[in-house]
Ligand binder design. Structure first.
Ligand code: FAD
Length: 165
């Protein structure tokens, strides 16, 4: 059955959930599709968010008490030159000033999965419909325009705008 949305967001990663929430806040009927079973399953690594990330990020992130692990007090890059020979260069030249206190820091470390899940929850609370285990395999194209998406289950879902995140 064909469905209609104002916005379809493909991918519930860092970018997708923010885009979807802002669209729902603007009272747009928004669908977010994520290929993994659980939001964040496909997003790797940890994440350091520098303080300017909060200054310029959407206010709901700054004000919403997202799940952080700890304030950042340094960055070490391990540059793998030849993994078989164990040839790894360590670069710790990027110094981050020590936090002034546990809550006043120059950046915060978090794990990607809980952070993505927190963001997606905020999007759903704002009215976004989230469907996981759904991979977008193609777009519905009419002339030069994208008019929706096609999923791995063969569903055709139409929208005024598709955000490929
Ligand atoms: C090792 C590593 C370390 C990093 N460290 C930092 C850091 O310290 N600080 C920082 O700011 N950034 C960091 N980044 C960058 C940051 O992770 C990315 O900029 C961010 O994840 C990009 O967000 P995104 O929403 O564009 O994509 P992603 O977060 O990758 O999200 C894409 C989502 O779309 C889904 N998806 C993909 N294809 C489809 C499809 N066809 N249908 C449905 N769903 C689909 C995926 O499953 C995924 O959930 C790091 C990245 C890596 C790889």
């Amino acid at each position: 059955m064909d469905e209609d949305f104002d916005i379809i967001v493909v991918g519930a990663g860092f970018g997708g959930s923010v885009a979807a929430k802002l669209c729902a806040d603007a009272e747009l009927k928004t669908l977010m599709l994520e290929r993994s079973e659980n939001v964040g399953d496909k997003v790797i690594s940890g994440l350091t968010i520098p303080f300017q990330g909060f200054l310029f990020a959407p206010t709901f992130i700054r004000d919403g008490n997202p799940p952080f692990e700890r304030p950042a007090d340094g960055i070490v890059n391990y540059i793998i030159k030849d993994i078989d020979k164990g040839d790894i260069e360590i670069d710790d030249s990027l110094k981050v000033p020590k936090p002034l206190s546990p809550i006043i820091a120059f950046g915060y470390n978090t794990y990607c999965k809980p952070f993505c899940q927190w963001q997606a929850r905020k999007a759903v609370e704002a009215g976004v419909e989230l469907r996981t285990s759904t991979t977008v395999t193609n777009f519905i194209k009419e002339g030069e325009f994208i008019k929706g998406i096609i999923t791995d289950k063969g569903e055709k879902i139409r929208a005024k705008i598709v955000i490929n995140a």
